[in-house]
Design a protein around this ligand. Structure first.
Ligand SMILES: *Cc1c(COP(=O)(O)O)cnc(C)c1O
Length: 430
Protein backbone atom coordinates (compact mmCIF):
# COMPACT_ATOMS: atom_id res chain seq x y z
CA UNK A 1 0.00 0.00 0.00
CA UNK A 2 1.38 3.38 -0.99
CA UNK A 3 0.43 5.18 2.24
CA UNK A 4 2.35 2.61 4.32
CA UNK A 5 -0.76 1.20 5.99
CA UNK A 6 -0.41 -2.37 7.17
CA UNK A 7 -3.19 -4.47 5.73
CA UNK A 8 -5.66 -6.17 8.04
CA UNK A 9 -6.12 -9.92 8.43
CA UNK A 10 -9.34 -10.01 6.37
CA UNK A 11 -7.58 -8.29 3.47
CA UNK A 12 -4.47 -10.47 3.66
CA UNK A 13 -6.44 -13.74 3.77
CA UNK A 14 -7.83 -12.80 0.32
CA UNK A 15 -4.78 -11.14 -1.26
CA UNK A 16 -1.45 -12.12 0.34
CA UNK A 17 0.94 -13.86 -2.04
CA UNK A 18 -1.35 -13.48 -5.07
CA UNK A 19 -1.45 -11.07 -7.98
CA UNK A 20 -3.21 -11.29 -11.34
CA UNK A 21 -1.69 -14.14 -13.34
CA UNK A 22 1.21 -12.63 -15.36
CA UNK A 23 0.43 -14.79 -18.42
CA UNK A 24 -3.36 -14.30 -18.71
CA UNK A 25 -4.46 -11.64 -16.23
CA UNK A 26 -6.63 -14.24 -14.48
CA UNK A 27 -7.69 -12.70 -11.15
CA UNK A 28 -8.04 -15.98 -9.22
CA UNK A 29 -4.77 -17.89 -8.76
CA UNK A 30 -4.69 -20.51 -11.55
CA UNK A 31 -4.04 -24.16 -10.84
CA UNK A 32 -0.63 -24.67 -12.37
CA UNK A 33 -1.06 -28.40 -12.95
CA UNK A 34 2.52 -28.51 -14.16
CA UNK A 35 5.70 -30.41 -13.35
CA UNK A 36 8.71 -28.79 -15.07
CA UNK A 37 9.68 -25.26 -16.13
CA UNK A 38 11.80 -24.35 -19.15
CA UNK A 39 15.17 -22.74 -18.36
CA UNK A 40 15.88 -19.55 -20.34
CA UNK A 41 19.41 -20.83 -20.94
CA UNK A 42 22.18 -22.78 -19.20
CA UNK A 43 23.18 -19.78 -17.04
CA UNK A 44 19.60 -19.40 -15.83
CA UNK A 45 19.50 -23.10 -14.94
CA UNK A 46 22.79 -22.81 -13.03
CA UNK A 47 21.59 -19.74 -11.11
CA UNK A 48 18.39 -21.57 -10.08
CA UNK A 49 20.26 -24.64 -8.88
CA UNK A 50 22.72 -22.43 -6.95
CA UNK A 51 19.78 -20.63 -5.25
CA UNK A 52 21.19 -17.36 -6.64
CA UNK A 53 17.94 -16.72 -8.44
CA UNK A 54 14.45 -17.70 -7.31
CA UNK A 55 12.34 -19.51 -9.87
CA UNK A 56 10.73 -22.78 -10.78
CA UNK A 57 12.60 -25.96 -11.65
CA UNK A 58 10.40 -28.93 -10.84
CA UNK A 59 7.16 -29.17 -8.85
CA UNK A 60 8.51 -31.55 -6.21
CA UNK A 61 10.36 -28.43 -5.01
CA UNK A 62 8.13 -25.49 -5.90
CA UNK A 63 5.03 -24.88 -7.98
CA UNK A 64 3.41 -21.49 -8.72
CA UNK A 65 0.02 -22.36 -7.16
CA UNK A 66 1.54 -23.98 -4.08
CA UNK A 67 3.88 -21.00 -3.73
CA UNK A 68 0.98 -18.54 -3.46
CA UNK A 69 -0.43 -20.62 -0.61
CA UNK A 70 2.94 -20.76 1.17
CA UNK A 71 3.28 -16.97 0.95
CA UNK A 72 -0.29 -16.43 2.13
CA UNK A 73 0.11 -18.63 5.21
CA UNK A 74 3.53 -17.09 5.99
CA UNK A 75 1.96 -13.61 5.85
CA UNK A 76 -1.02 -14.53 8.04
CA UNK A 77 1.33 -16.08 10.61
CA UNK A 78 3.75 -13.13 10.49
CA UNK A 79 6.60 -15.37 9.30
CA UNK A 80 9.49 -14.76 6.91
CA UNK A 81 8.76 -17.80 4.75
CA UNK A 82 6.82 -21.05 4.58
CA UNK A 83 6.93 -24.41 2.91
CA UNK A 84 3.79 -26.37 2.07
CA UNK A 85 3.72 -30.15 2.19
CA UNK A 86 1.45 -33.12 1.71
CA UNK A 87 -0.15 -33.33 5.17
CA UNK A 88 0.09 -32.02 8.70
CA UNK A 89 2.17 -35.01 9.70
CA UNK A 90 4.53 -34.34 6.80
CA UNK A 91 4.83 -30.74 8.07
CA UNK A 92 5.96 -32.01 11.47
CA UNK A 93 8.72 -34.14 9.94
CA UNK A 94 9.68 -31.25 7.65
CA UNK A 95 9.91 -28.90 10.67
CA UNK A 96 12.21 -31.27 12.53
CA UNK A 97 14.31 -32.44 9.57
CA UNK A 98 16.78 -29.49 9.34
CA UNK A 99 17.21 -29.46 13.14
CA UNK A 100 17.65 -33.11 14.03
CA UNK A 101 20.11 -35.94 13.63
CA UNK A 102 20.66 -39.39 15.13
CA UNK A 103 20.76 -39.21 18.93
CA UNK A 104 18.96 -35.86 19.09
CA UNK A 105 15.72 -35.33 20.99
CA UNK A 106 12.77 -32.95 21.20
CA UNK A 107 10.89 -31.96 24.35
CA UNK A 108 7.17 -32.10 23.60
CA UNK A 109 3.87 -31.50 25.36
CA UNK A 110 1.83 -34.50 26.54
CA UNK A 111 -1.23 -32.69 25.18
CA UNK A 112 -1.04 -33.37 21.46
CA UNK A 113 -3.11 -34.72 18.58
CA UNK A 114 -3.22 -38.53 18.91
CA UNK A 115 -1.43 -39.15 15.62
CA UNK A 116 1.35 -36.78 16.67
CA UNK A 117 1.87 -38.70 19.91
CA UNK A 118 2.32 -41.89 17.89
CA UNK A 119 4.61 -40.20 15.34
CA UNK A 120 6.79 -38.77 18.12
CA UNK A 121 6.78 -41.70 20.53
CA UNK A 122 7.31 -44.44 17.91
CA UNK A 123 7.98 -43.55 14.29
CA UNK A 124 10.69 -40.90 14.67
CA UNK A 125 12.81 -43.43 16.59
CA UNK A 126 13.58 -45.03 13.22
CA UNK A 127 15.51 -41.87 12.32
CA UNK A 128 17.40 -42.11 15.62
CA UNK A 129 15.37 -39.19 17.00
CA UNK A 130 13.39 -39.28 20.23
CA UNK A 131 10.76 -37.24 22.04
CA UNK A 132 10.44 -36.51 25.75
CA UNK A 133 6.84 -35.96 26.77
CA UNK A 134 6.30 -33.43 29.55
CA UNK A 135 3.40 -31.57 31.13
CA UNK A 136 4.05 -28.05 29.86
CA UNK A 137 2.30 -26.58 32.90
CA UNK A 138 5.18 -28.00 34.94
CA UNK A 139 7.97 -25.54 34.14
CA UNK A 140 10.61 -27.49 36.09
CA UNK A 141 9.75 -30.67 34.20
CA UNK A 142 10.22 -28.85 30.89
CA UNK A 143 13.58 -27.38 31.97
CA UNK A 144 14.77 -30.73 33.37
CA UNK A 145 13.87 -32.59 30.19
CA UNK A 146 16.17 -30.38 28.08
CA UNK A 147 19.74 -31.65 27.66
CA UNK A 148 22.65 -31.09 25.28
CA UNK A 149 21.03 -33.27 22.64
CA UNK A 150 17.70 -31.40 22.66
CA UNK A 151 17.04 -29.52 19.43
CA UNK A 152 13.51 -28.12 19.86
CA UNK A 153 10.45 -27.71 22.07
CA UNK A 154 7.12 -28.68 20.48
CA UNK A 155 3.54 -27.91 21.58
CA UNK A 156 0.09 -27.08 20.23
CA UNK A 157 -1.40 -23.61 20.76
CA UNK A 158 -4.89 -24.92 21.55
CA UNK A 159 -4.42 -28.62 22.16
CA UNK A 160 -6.56 -31.18 20.50
CA UNK A 161 -8.67 -32.62 22.13
CA UNK A 162 -8.21 -31.63 25.77
CA UNK A 163 -9.47 -28.02 25.90
CA UNK A 164 -5.93 -27.07 26.83
CA UNK A 165 -4.12 -23.85 25.94
CA UNK A 166 -0.30 -23.76 26.08
CA UNK A 167 1.45 -20.82 27.72
CA UNK A 168 3.37 -20.02 24.53
CA UNK A 169 5.26 -16.95 25.87
CA UNK A 170 6.53 -19.01 28.81
CA UNK A 171 7.60 -21.92 26.59
CA UNK A 172 9.30 -19.41 24.24
CA UNK A 173 11.20 -18.02 27.21
CA UNK A 174 12.40 -21.49 28.29
CA UNK A 175 13.38 -22.32 24.70
CA UNK A 176 15.30 -19.05 24.37
CA UNK A 177 17.19 -19.67 27.65
CA UNK A 178 18.29 -23.02 26.24
CA UNK A 179 19.10 -21.59 22.78
CA UNK A 180 16.43 -23.76 21.17
CA UNK A 181 13.61 -23.10 18.71
CA UNK A 182 10.00 -23.42 19.88
CA UNK A 183 7.73 -25.18 17.36
CA UNK A 184 3.98 -24.59 17.74
CA UNK A 185 1.28 -26.60 15.97
CA UNK A 186 -1.35 -23.90 15.33
CA UNK A 187 -3.86 -26.15 13.54
CA UNK A 188 -6.75 -25.88 16.00
CA UNK A 189 -6.40 -22.14 16.55
CA UNK A 190 -5.43 -20.94 13.06
CA UNK A 191 -3.62 -17.59 12.64
CA UNK A 192 -6.99 -15.86 13.05
CA UNK A 193 -7.24 -16.87 16.71
CA UNK A 194 -3.58 -17.20 17.68
CA UNK A 195 -0.24 -15.83 16.45
CA UNK A 196 2.48 -18.06 17.92
CA UNK A 197 5.31 -16.10 16.25
CA UNK A 198 4.15 -12.84 17.88
CA UNK A 199 4.19 -14.77 21.19
CA UNK A 200 7.78 -15.95 20.66
CA UNK A 201 7.58 -19.16 18.60
CA UNK A 202 10.29 -19.89 16.03
CA UNK A 203 8.38 -22.25 13.74
CA UNK A 204 4.65 -22.81 13.26
CA UNK A 205 3.27 -26.01 11.76
CA UNK A 206 -0.20 -26.57 10.35
CA UNK A 207 -2.39 -29.33 9.16
CA UNK A 208 -4.04 -27.27 6.39
CA UNK A 209 -6.43 -30.22 6.10
CA UNK A 210 -8.45 -28.64 8.90
CA UNK A 211 -9.69 -25.04 9.28
CA UNK A 212 -7.42 -23.42 6.70
CA UNK A 213 -9.10 -25.44 3.95
CA UNK A 214 -12.23 -25.67 6.05
CA UNK A 215 -14.42 -28.05 4.13
CA UNK A 216 -12.92 -31.52 4.35
CA UNK A 217 -11.61 -31.72 0.78
CA UNK A 218 -7.82 -32.16 0.84
CA UNK A 219 -4.96 -33.05 3.15
CA UNK A 220 -2.06 -30.66 3.41
CA UNK A 221 0.46 -29.15 5.76
CA UNK A 222 2.69 -26.13 6.14
CA UNK A 223 5.78 -25.06 8.10
CA UNK A 224 6.19 -21.34 8.70
CA UNK A 225 9.52 -19.92 9.86
CA UNK A 226 9.64 -16.69 11.85
CA UNK A 227 13.03 -15.91 10.27
CA UNK A 228 14.17 -14.69 13.69
CA UNK A 229 16.18 -17.61 15.06
CA UNK A 230 19.98 -17.39 14.96
CA UNK A 231 20.84 -20.86 13.63
CA UNK A 232 24.58 -20.13 13.91
CA UNK A 233 24.68 -19.11 17.59
CA UNK A 234 25.16 -22.51 19.25
CA UNK A 235 26.63 -24.85 16.64
CA UNK A 236 23.67 -27.17 17.32
CA UNK A 237 22.13 -26.78 13.86
CA UNK A 238 24.91 -27.67 11.41
CA UNK A 239 22.51 -28.28 8.48
CA UNK A 240 21.73 -24.56 8.59
CA UNK A 241 24.95 -23.03 9.96
CA UNK A 242 27.69 -25.16 8.39
CA UNK A 243 28.40 -26.38 4.84
CA UNK A 244 25.46 -28.67 3.98
CA UNK A 245 26.86 -31.80 2.31
CA UNK A 246 23.43 -32.57 0.84
CA UNK A 247 23.54 -29.26 -1.08
CA UNK A 248 27.11 -28.98 -2.42
CA UNK A 249 28.40 -27.39 0.79
CA UNK A 250 26.11 -24.33 0.80
CA UNK A 251 25.98 -22.59 4.20
CA UNK A 252 22.26 -21.84 4.27
CA UNK A 253 22.25 -19.40 7.19
CA UNK A 254 25.10 -17.37 5.72
CA UNK A 255 23.74 -17.36 2.17
CA UNK A 256 20.03 -16.87 2.89
CA UNK A 257 19.73 -15.19 6.31
CA UNK A 258 16.12 -15.19 7.55
CA UNK A 259 15.09 -17.45 4.63
CA UNK A 260 17.65 -20.16 5.53
CA UNK A 261 15.16 -22.56 7.09
CA UNK A 262 12.60 -22.14 4.28
CA UNK A 263 15.15 -22.63 1.50
CA UNK A 264 16.70 -25.63 3.24
CA UNK A 265 13.22 -27.14 3.58
CA UNK A 266 12.64 -26.78 -0.15
CA UNK A 267 16.11 -27.45 -1.57
CA UNK A 268 16.94 -30.41 0.70
CA UNK A 269 13.74 -31.37 2.57
CA UNK A 270 11.23 -31.46 -0.28
CA UNK A 271 13.89 -32.50 -2.80
CA UNK A 272 14.89 -35.60 -0.83
CA UNK A 273 11.86 -36.45 1.30
CA UNK A 274 9.32 -35.64 -1.43
CA UNK A 275 6.44 -34.72 0.89
CA UNK A 276 5.14 -32.25 -1.67
CA UNK A 277 1.73 -30.58 -1.75
CA UNK A 278 -0.04 -30.91 -5.09
CA UNK A 279 -1.33 -27.80 -6.94
CA UNK A 280 -4.99 -28.94 -6.96
CA UNK A 281 -4.84 -29.33 -3.19
CA UNK A 282 -3.23 -25.90 -2.81
CA UNK A 283 -6.09 -24.43 -4.88
CA UNK A 284 -8.77 -25.78 -2.51
CA UNK A 285 -6.85 -24.48 0.48
CA UNK A 286 -6.44 -21.04 -1.12
CA UNK A 287 -10.23 -20.92 -1.65
CA UNK A 288 -10.76 -21.90 1.97
CA UNK A 289 -8.38 -19.33 3.42
CA UNK A 290 -10.26 -16.48 1.69
CA UNK A 291 -13.07 -16.92 4.25
CA UNK A 292 -11.00 -18.06 7.25
CA UNK A 293 -11.86 -15.15 9.57
CA UNK A 294 -15.59 -15.32 8.74
CA UNK A 295 -15.71 -19.04 9.41
CA UNK A 296 -13.58 -18.98 12.56
CA UNK A 297 -15.74 -16.26 14.10
CA UNK A 298 -18.84 -18.41 13.50
CA UNK A 299 -17.11 -21.62 14.63
CA UNK A 300 -16.21 -19.92 17.92
CA UNK A 301 -19.65 -18.32 18.41
CA UNK A 302 -21.37 -21.69 17.84
CA UNK A 303 -18.89 -23.57 20.05
CA UNK A 304 -19.56 -21.21 22.96
CA UNK A 305 -23.36 -21.58 22.55
CA UNK A 306 -23.21 -25.38 22.35
CA UNK A 307 -20.72 -25.69 25.22
CA UNK A 308 -22.83 -23.43 27.47
CA UNK A 309 -25.91 -25.51 26.72
CA UNK A 310 -24.09 -28.81 27.39
CA UNK A 311 -22.64 -27.51 30.64
CA UNK A 312 -26.13 -26.89 32.01
CA UNK A 313 -27.47 -30.30 30.94
CA UNK A 314 -27.86 -32.84 33.78
CA UNK A 315 -26.95 -35.75 31.43
CA UNK A 316 -23.52 -34.22 30.93
CA UNK A 317 -20.88 -34.63 33.63
CA UNK A 318 -18.51 -31.90 32.49
CA UNK A 319 -17.43 -29.82 29.51
CA UNK A 320 -13.74 -29.19 28.85
CA UNK A 321 -13.50 -26.03 26.78
CA UNK A 322 -11.16 -23.12 27.38
CA UNK A 323 -13.87 -20.83 25.99
CA UNK A 324 -15.98 -21.37 29.14
CA UNK A 325 -15.34 -19.38 32.33
CA UNK A 326 -15.42 -22.72 34.24
CA UNK A 327 -12.21 -23.88 32.47
CA UNK A 328 -8.87 -23.70 34.29
CA UNK A 329 -7.46 -22.38 31.03
CA UNK A 330 -10.01 -19.62 30.43
CA UNK A 331 -7.72 -16.83 31.65
CA UNK A 332 -4.77 -18.13 29.63
CA UNK A 333 -6.97 -18.50 26.53
CA UNK A 334 -7.94 -14.84 26.79
CA UNK A 335 -4.25 -13.91 26.59
CA UNK A 336 -3.09 -16.43 23.97
CA UNK A 337 -6.17 -16.41 21.72
CA UNK A 338 -8.32 -13.42 22.67
CA UNK A 339 -10.75 -13.84 19.75
CA UNK A 340 -11.82 -17.27 21.02
CA UNK A 341 -10.58 -20.63 22.24
CA UNK A 342 -11.37 -22.48 19.02
CA UNK A 343 -14.31 -24.73 18.25
CA UNK A 344 -13.02 -28.07 19.40
CA UNK A 345 -13.87 -29.40 22.83
CA UNK A 346 -14.68 -32.50 24.80
CA UNK A 347 -17.47 -33.34 27.19
CA UNK A 348 -17.99 -36.23 29.58
CA UNK A 349 -21.27 -38.10 29.34
CA UNK A 350 -22.91 -39.74 32.36
CA UNK A 351 -22.91 -43.47 31.63
CA UNK A 352 -19.27 -43.68 30.48
CA UNK A 353 -17.93 -45.57 27.47
CA UNK A 354 -21.27 -47.24 26.54
CA UNK A 355 -23.25 -43.99 26.64
CA UNK A 356 -20.60 -42.24 24.52
CA UNK A 357 -20.75 -44.90 21.82
CA UNK A 358 -24.58 -44.70 21.82
CA UNK A 359 -24.48 -40.91 21.65
CA UNK A 360 -22.15 -40.91 18.66
CA UNK A 361 -24.38 -43.45 16.87
CA UNK A 362 -27.54 -41.43 17.61
CA UNK A 363 -26.40 -38.05 16.32
CA UNK A 364 -27.84 -37.08 12.94
CA UNK A 365 -26.39 -33.69 11.96
CA UNK A 366 -23.02 -34.37 13.55
CA UNK A 367 -20.92 -36.77 11.46
CA UNK A 368 -18.88 -39.48 13.14
CA UNK A 369 -15.47 -38.98 11.52
CA UNK A 370 -11.77 -38.83 12.40
CA UNK A 371 -11.39 -35.20 11.37
CA UNK A 372 -11.87 -31.71 12.71
CA UNK A 373 -12.07 -28.18 11.41
CA UNK A 374 -14.76 -28.85 8.80
CA UNK A 375 -17.66 -26.45 8.06
CA UNK A 376 -19.81 -29.42 9.16
CA UNK A 377 -20.07 -30.38 12.82
CA UNK A 378 -18.15 -33.54 13.62
CA UNK A 379 -18.03 -35.90 16.56
CA UNK A 380 -15.71 -38.64 17.66
CA UNK A 381 -15.23 -40.88 20.66
CA UNK A 382 -11.45 -40.55 20.90
CA UNK A 383 -10.85 -43.50 23.28
CA UNK A 384 -12.32 -46.00 20.81
CA UNK A 385 -10.84 -44.40 17.66
CA UNK A 386 -8.03 -41.80 17.26
CA UNK A 387 -6.54 -42.42 20.70
CA UNK A 388 -7.17 -46.17 20.96
CA UNK A 389 -3.51 -47.04 20.36
CA UNK A 390 -2.46 -45.04 23.42
CA UNK A 391 -2.14 -46.38 26.95
CA UNK A 392 -4.89 -45.38 29.43
CA UNK A 393 -2.43 -42.93 31.02
CA UNK A 394 -1.65 -41.33 27.66
CA UNK A 395 -5.41 -41.18 26.89
CA UNK A 396 -6.07 -39.43 30.18
CA UNK A 397 -3.18 -36.97 29.67
CA UNK A 398 -4.39 -36.16 26.16
CA UNK A 399 -7.96 -35.49 27.35
CA UNK A 400 -9.30 -38.61 25.66
CA UNK A 401 -10.67 -40.60 28.64
CA UNK A 402 -13.25 -43.36 27.87
CA UNK A 403 -16.23 -41.22 29.00
CA UNK A 404 -15.24 -38.25 26.81
CA UNK A 405 -16.70 -37.29 23.46
CA UNK A 406 -14.95 -34.76 21.22
CA UNK A 407 -16.86 -32.37 19.03
CA UNK A 408 -15.65 -30.07 16.28
CA UNK A 409 -18.38 -27.46 16.05
CA UNK A 410 -19.23 -26.36 12.51
CA UNK A 411 -20.80 -23.24 11.06
CA UNK A 412 -24.41 -24.48 10.94
CA UNK A 413 -27.24 -22.91 13.02
CA UNK A 414 -26.29 -23.41 16.66
CA UNK A 415 -29.93 -24.18 17.56
CA UNK A 416 -29.96 -27.12 15.15
CA UNK A 417 -26.74 -28.50 16.65
CA UNK A 418 -28.18 -28.21 20.16
CA UNK A 419 -31.41 -29.96 19.11
CA UNK A 420 -29.38 -32.82 17.60
CA UNK A 421 -27.31 -33.22 20.78
CA UNK A 422 -30.50 -33.08 22.86
CA UNK A 423 -32.16 -36.01 21.04
CA UNK A 424 -28.94 -38.07 20.98
CA UNK A 425 -28.28 -37.53 24.70
CA UNK A 426 -31.83 -38.70 25.42
CA UNK A 427 -31.12 -41.99 23.61
CA UNK A 428 -27.63 -42.39 25.06
CA UNK A 429 -28.68 -41.97 28.67
CA UNK A 430 -32.14 -43.62 28.51
C1 LIG B 1 -4.92 -33.29 11.92
C2 LIG B 1 -3.83 -32.77 12.75
C3 LIG B 1 -2.50 -33.12 12.49
C4 LIG B 1 -2.11 -34.03 11.36
O1 LIG B 1 -2.48 -33.47 10.13
P1 LIG B 1 -2.80 -34.35 8.82
O2 LIG B 1 -3.09 -33.30 7.79
O3 LIG B 1 -3.96 -35.22 9.13
O4 LIG B 1 -1.56 -35.14 8.55
C5 LIG B 1 -1.53 -32.59 13.29
N1 LIG B 1 -1.83 -31.78 14.32
C6 LIG B 1 -3.09 -31.43 14.61
C7 LIG B 1 -3.37 -30.53 15.75
C8 LIG B 1 -4.14 -31.92 13.83
O5 LIG B 1 -5.40 -31.57 14.13
Amino acid sequence: MTDGRTLGFDTLQVHAGASPDPATGARQTPIYQTTAYVFRDADHAAALFNLQEVGYIYSRLTNPTVQVLAERIATLEGGAGAVCCSSGHAAQIMALFPLMGPGRNIVVSTRLYGGTITQFSQTIKRFGWSARFVDMDDVDAVRNAIDDDTRALFCESIANPGGYVTDIPLMAEIAAEAGLPLIVDNTSATPYLCNPIALGATLVVHSTTKYLTGNGTVTGGCVVDSGKFDWSASGKFPSLSEPEPAYHGLVFHQALGPMAFTFHSIAVGLRDLGMTMNPQGAHYTLLGIETLSLRMARHVENAVKVAEWLEKDPRVESVTYAGLPSSNYHGRAQKICPKGAGALFTFAVKGGYEACVKLVDSLELFSHVANLGDARSLVIHSASTTHRQLTPEQQEAAGAAPNMVRVSIGIEDADDLIADLDQALAKATA
